[in-house]
Design a protein around this ligand. Structure first.
Ligand code: ADP
Length: 489
């Protein structure tokens, strides 16, 4: 049952789509339901945008593109800064909304609001700092001038696991660069994005610059938008299967793409590591968002000589974790987003145990309602088990024991993914060796949480391409333009 304040908050969220500065909810559109995943209760119904609606959204984005691109960057910056201030002031509402539709613990939802808001602040600062470059031609006959222009109308597809932060991480740099956007939130969590679009309009984003088209048929909408030559860019966060298929489609119109796809992060603990720190960090890196994060520690690779100690300290901590509905006090572990996701986690656990791994704690789904799963630790998982090869996306921590550094590196890199790696050692030289030998786009040295708006987030291999945040982030939405200034006619 929703509390009165929750009902009132949900009542403030627009239940349709946002095109050219107007909210629409025509009676003729199919509705799709948003659930509280911990109870299955329908908390709101949203009108599903059709392909025609999405194309109208692109009309609006394409129509607004030139004016937005030529709007002074200081003006774009000020709008983003106002959005940061509004979001920060409404932190509690956004956190509650995220927790209600997605199920994460409220404390984590608050962290998501802080993290998501930082992209608005960072890119409000970056908007006015896009620098060009000039250089003489080697022949000495002219000057090469390089400037940067917005890529153009951008299609943004976000996942359900961070419904606010994934939207701001894409929209803030796009808007800062001077691109207009059509946003498709995940169908499981459209409410946070709609509420955020309401906030952006209040912050002064002009009509047509931001359009939001939630839909229950993402494939049809995406195909239609990607086929339209006015679209110039797609930015996607989600599964590798969907992302690579979208890249193939995007190739037809030679679109710029930014892809944040799956992860399979190694978390390596050496014998000289500060164990208390490593245990605290692995709990954070694994159980954050109930394991439903692409940065989650997926394969914990621990030196045999300290593994017993590590597992004992870890299991004590994990046993003490409270599981429950995100809005309940003291909850550290929430639920899995769907029954299918929970069943997949069960399958991975069973497979590991069938492969002679040792169950230390947890291991079972909890009774309905809600797709809860016990926080789980499994020791001595062999490298061939599915748990060591697939993205777990759940509260299950599998441990592999190693003896030689080369073995740890080999296992860490034995994956088609390359998003993030975590290494724990007090040996500076070994730390540097590991940073250089683990094939990922990001590393945490003696730390289990690395996301920061000022840093370039992104991966290599099947984890995708492009970077979000940092100085790099805005360039995903800019194209360099070179002009030759000859010195003589
Ligand atoms: P997950 O497994 O984490 O849900 P998905 O890749 O399925 O990851 O979802 C991420 C985003 O991609 C969501 O917004 C979802 O609606 C969207 N999506 C899913 N299938 C397609 C598709 N065929 N075309 C375009 N977008 C899709």
């Amino acid at each position: 049952m929703l509390k009165p304040y929750e009902t009132e908050l949900l009542g403030r969220v627009e239940p349709g789509f946002f095109i050219d500065g107007r909210w629409e909810r025509p009676d003729t559109r199919e509705l799709f339901n948003v659930h509280d995943p911990s109870t299955g209760e329908i908390i709101k119904s949203v009108a599903s945008a059709t392909v025609e609606d999405a194309l109208r959204a692109l009309d609006a984005a394409a129509g607004a593109q030139q004016t937005w691109a030529s709007t002074p960057s200081r003006v774009r910056s000020n709008i983003l800064r106002r959005a940061f201030d509004l979001l920060t002031a409404r932190k509690e509402d956004f956190a509650l909304l995220i927790s209600l539709e997605m199920g994460k613990p409220l404390a984590e939802a608050r962290d998501e609001v802080d993290y998501g808001a930082e992209f608005l602040r960072w890119f409000s600062e970056e908007a006015v700092r896009v620098r060009g470059d000039y250089r003489p031609t080697p022949e000495g006959t002219g000057t090469i001038v390089v400037t940067h222009r917005p890529v153009g109308p951008t299609y943004v597809i976000t996942p359900w696991n961070y419904p606010l932060a994934m939207a701001t991480r894409k929209m803030a740099p796009a808007l800062a660069a001077g691109c207009t956007v059509v946003v498709k939130p995940a169908e499981l969590t459209p409410l946070t994005t709609n509420y955020f679009a309401q906030l952006l309009a209040e912050a002064g984003v002009p009509a047509g610059v931001v359009n939001v088209v939630p839909t229950s048929d993402p494939a049809a909408q995406s195909q239609a938008l990607l086929a339209d030559a006015r679209l110039r860019k797609i930015s996607f966060t989600g599964s590798t299967a969907v992302g690579t298929a979208l890249m193939a489609t995007a190739a037809t119109n030679a679109l710029r793409t930014s892809m944040e796809l799956g992860g399979n992060a190694p978390f390596v603990v050496f014998e000289d590591a500060d164990l208390d720190n490593a245990v605290q960090a692995v709990v954070l890196a694994k159980f954050r968002n109930t394991g439903q994060a692409c940065t989650a520690a997926n394969r914990v690779i621990v030196h045999d000589s300290i593994a017993d100690d590590f597992v004992e300290r870890l299991s004590k901590r994990v046993n003490a974790m409270k599981v429950g509905r995100g809005t309940e006090a003291g909850v550290e572990v929430g639920l899995l987003i769907t029954p299918k996701a929970r069943d997949n986690v069960s399958r991975l656990v069973e497979d590991a145990l069938n492969n002679n791994a040792t169950l230390v704690t947890g291991g079972k789904p909890l009774a309905a309602p809600g797709n809860f799963f016990q926080p789980t630790v499994i020791d001595r998982v062999p490298p061939n088990a599915a748990l060591m090869n697939e993205e777990i996306f759940g509260p299950v921590l599998g441990i592999f024991r190693f003896t030689a550094e080369t073995e740890a590196v080999e296992l860490a890199n034995k994956t088609p993914f390359g998003l993030v790696g975590y290494v724990f050692t007090e040996d500076l030289h070994r730390g540097h060796r590991m940073i250089n030998s683990i094939d990922t786009g990001m590393m945490g040295l003696n730390v289990g949480a690395i996301s920061n708006a000022a840093a370039p987030f992104g991966g290599i291999k099947l984890s995708g391409l492009g970077r979000e945040g940092g100085f790099e982030g805005i360039h995903e939405y800019l194209s360099p333009k070179y002009t030759l200034l000859p010195h003589q006619r």
